[in-house]
Design a protein around this ligand. Sequence first.
Ligand code: NAP
Length: 474
Amino acid sequence: MQLKTDLFINGQWVKGAGSLPVMNPSTGELIAEISTADQAQCDAALTAAHDAFPAWAKTPSRVRSEILRKAFEIMTAESDQIARLISMENGKTFTDAKGEVSYAAEFFRWFAEEAVRTPGDFRHSPSGDKRILVTHQPIGVSLLITPWNFPAAMATRKIGPALAAGCTVILKAASETPLTAIWIVDIMHRAGVPAGVVNFIMPEKTGAMISRMMHDPRLRNVSFTGSTEVGRILIKESADLVLRTSLELGGNAPFVVLDDADIDEAVKGAMVAKMRNGGAACTAANRFYVAKSVADEFTQKFTQAMDDLKMADGLETGAQLGASVSRKERDKIAELVDSSVAAGAQVRLGGVTPAGDGAFYPATVLTVQKDNPILQYEVFGPVAPIVTFDNDAEAIALANSTEYGLIAYVYSSDLKRAIRTAEALEAGMIAINRGVVSDPAAPFGGVKQSGLGREGGFAGIHEFLETKYIGVEI
Ligand code: NAP
């Protein structure tokens, strides 16, 4: 299929006022030039979504559900093509990209199923004077802003529940990875979404134009996934019109290996938790806390597994570690490693930026002291700093010593001990003896500065619904 590169407004593909190059980070080559929107085009998308809202909100949920189901089927049928595109514009391996497409499509299937099950409530008031009816209604026009690291899944995780709830949307993708988002918007079009229900823009000036949209009273909701830094800006922007926001922000996940853990299993889990998506995941294990008595064995086996990975262009056969999304992002990773080494980190593996045009950074293992500065940053790359601890209480205190709280991993052979540890960890999600927990059927989200709200699970649709209480005189 021919790559689409335009904006999508009110059911039409529209040439933008400007353009933006999309690069392949594995080769440094240009993939395509996409359209960018001026302010009038951003306003037109808002008008289209606003005008389409009343009819879409009233569309029977079964009809909305069938459209989402159709989108799931198309996406599944086109998974190889989409995965190739993700790999090209994002740099991740084809295997990771295939995994992302199937995860992403699953949000359409899950919310197709949820669309027809919006709960309500009818009860007698305790005083007996009235009946209490509780119903849920779509919030209205929703702006969906997504990051580059999961260009398909972060879009479907928002479009799915928004459409299931009866909201209309304007999608804005990350400037590094718009082509995957455009493909998904095209799938929605082919699945039968009416004009104006899904719109796609890439503003010429992201901050200023999004700010203006957030000051237009026709916009009722912003769903954002990205860095905590930008999340803070959006919270401030949302204050003037008291706009509803849900925010999935950065992480700094601890991976805790207790002294009774099965070390081979912990290494297997660590490889998934660290290296899925080349380490560019908000859920990526970012700090490894390992009990002193098992630290040598864990470090040796984990370093070996990291060393075995094949780093190559994501589309090359057998590639296990692809490129970062850009040289700028890759250089940030290198800087963090360099400053960690300057602060005393020992390099066990990697740590040297390769030459060449591709934005590659090798699998890197560091052993560090517990006050090493790298432990305070989300590295977003294939870098694993390992710290040892003496007892469970110390591990918990170290794991919690961050402003983030998205996810934490715990390995232990004693389930009671693992659950006690999980309960003490400050995170919205905990993985016990697993390297991955993301699941469209589960509530995804963080505490502390990792965000507000939940996506997926039964909670996901409520990010796009208002609760209305109707008191009835009897
Ligand atoms: P980012 O720099 O925050 O960008 C995310 C999106 O926000 C992009 O579309 C970007 O557009 C847009 N943006 C930037 N400045 C903005 C502004 N002033 N107003 C409105 N929108 C603005 O994040 P990223 O580098 O793409 O993604 C990596 C981050 O996302 C990491 O911190 C990661 O942990 C987080 N993340 C979190 C989750 C989660 O579920 N918690 C999932 C995935 C990723 P431009 O590209 O045009 O600048």
